[in-house]
Design a protein around this ligand. Sequence first.
Ligand SMILES: [Zn+2]
Ligand SMILES: [Zn+2]
Length: 314
Amino acid sequence: MWVKLWGSRGSHPRPLTTDEFRGRISSVLQRARPPDLESPESRERFMAELPAWLFRPLGGNTACIEVRLADGTALVFDAGSGIIELSNDLKRRTARTRRFHLFFTHFHYDHIQGLPFFAPAYDPRVRLEFYHPKEDLEDNVKQHMQPPYFPITMDQHMGSSMRFHRLKPQPLKLGSAEITWRKMQHPGDSFAYKITENGRSLVYATDCELSPQDFERGPENENFFADADILILDAQYTLNEAIEKHDWGHSSFSLGVDFALSWKIGMLYLFHHEPQYSDKQLYQNLTAARYYAETISNDTLEVHLAEEGTEFTL
Ligand SMILES: [Zn+2]
Ligand SMILES: [Zn+2]
């Protein structure tokens, strides 16, 4: 399967501020020496050596992940503002997708606010299949888009055909993949998803406050988390902030590392970035997370920040 992250910020969209932008330019200018600017090659070399927080904005859009199965089947997890970038990108692609399978972790604003701007939803040739484990899926999707919150409604203006599926406890089969889900601790509940195809698995678990039950050995946890190839995990806070914000429904990057190591996950993507944190702070968190992972275990765990635009195949 092929995966692309279209939005990875938590809670609300987070544009780069003017001060941050000016600060980056100033830091780059301070680093540059005359030989760095001599030729196009030297400039490229100079830019390649800049620290990631100066050169690569993490992106400010909220949760949205695109997954393409081996046969091209299109899955979308969450419709935060990142789905608007996905929508724009679809217009640039030569192959048209006529059917999308949309899964929601839950319906907090940052996970649904982009749906009214998802262009395929207005196309009568398109079919949208919505999935969620709770029965109020259709109401929850439709109610967020109506006056006075939005000028038009889904029923009257979105021309695509839509179907709403309540997920059963049994795995859902789509193409050659299987999708399973698990309830996580979050105000009003959130649901993690596991996509398994050709023996490779991706777990998407956001908006979750990891608890001792998530570490417990037992068939439910083992089938869901153990040995997953890639885990995209809520790691909104530092450990200190997670302690201060106990019960807010999010996890720290250090607990995320503990969790990934305990389930022998291959690769961890820290996700749902705290919008108050600058990119620089988030890259510092990544350094701390990697250091922590190396210090506490001999197992290899690759840790990355979920950057907007990251894509990978597994
Ligand atoms: Zn969220
Ligand atoms: Zn939430």
